[in-house]
Design a protein around this ligand. Structure first.
Ligand code: ATP
Length: 241
């Protein structure tokens, strides 16, 4: 039997005033895997992540993380449980140096030796951040800011990272580089990752399990290996016909 999921959504519905953005979403993320939610612009991907991390309260349904119902928890309480959300657009602290941004990611931790080790670890994943450690984060390129945002999340030593459109606005080369490191983080550290992406090709290659979201509903779910072979996916998401 499969281990208990690290994250489970059951019948989650979230809305902005009268606009229902997600309509009864159920999904699971198993510990140690990379899961992906694919969907076009406006499908509700960002709304799913905001609902999971507590930025948005769902109208219905529930969210369980690590065996605990967190539906009513606020974002800070959810971070303390070991979940970090990397939002779309990165939201780095532009006027703080790169190193300070990274240390902000470790604010819930008190073991300074372990924090120093993790700082070294993220510098090894993204050597450019070591080179730019003392520069203000606002001076980094978009791709470097994405690296910083992912690294800042890692500094919290989370069990689960939520990644919103890591490829947004990046060149194909940088996108590939970032996805390779996301996979390495997952393989080497065992960090579970839930990412949402419009770039289906990248997401299906990096993730183990995938969900396809259309108009706020999950319309397909399978291993990414299987999804890559489906005609609908090839035609509508991979542009192969
Ligand atoms: P994108 O790739 O553009 O981020 P998405 O799949 O993440 O798309 P969401 O941002 O979750 O989609 O949006 C889902 C729906 O909710 C869309 O119809 C969108 O217009 C609507 N929506 C999102 N945010 C708000 C908001 N703050 N107020 C009102 N409607 C919103």
């Amino acid at each position: 039997t499969a281990p208990a999921p690290l994250l489970r959504l059951q019948n989650v519905e979230s809305a902005y005033g009268p606009i229902k953005a997600i309509r009864g979403v159920s999904l699971k993320v198993q510990p140690g895997e990379i899961a992906a939610v694919l969907g076009s612009n406006g499908a509700g991907k960002t709304t799913i992540l905001k609902t999971i991390s507590g930025i948005l309260d769902p109208r219905r349904g529930n969210v369980e993380f690590d065996g605990v119902d967190i539906t009513a928890n606020d974002p800070a309480a959810i971070v303390r449980r070991g979940m970090v959300h990397v939002p779309e657009g990165r939201e780095v602290f532009a006027l703080l140096p790169v190193r300070e941004n990274l240390l902000m990611g470790a604010y819930t931790r008190s073991d300074s030796d372990a924090v120093a080790r993790d700082l070294e670890l993220v510098y090894n994943y993204f050597p450019i951040l070591r080179e730019r450690a003392n520069q203000d984060a606002g001076l980094l390129s978009g791709g470097q800011q994405q690296m910083l945002a992912i690294s800042r999340a890692l500094m919290g030593n989370p069990k689960l990272i939520l990644l919103d459109e890591p490829s947004l606005g990046l060149s194909p080369r940088l996108t590939k580089e970032i996805f390779e490191i996301v996979v390495r983080i997952n393989r080497e550290r065992g960090t579970t990752i839930l990412l949402v992406e419009q770039n289906a090709n990248m997401a299906l290659n990096a993730a183990d399990f995938g969900y396809v979201l259309e108009n706020g509903r999950i319309v397909m779910e399978d291993t990414c290996a299987n999804l890559r072979e489906k005609d609908d996916i090839k035609e509508f998401y991979l542009g192969m016909k």
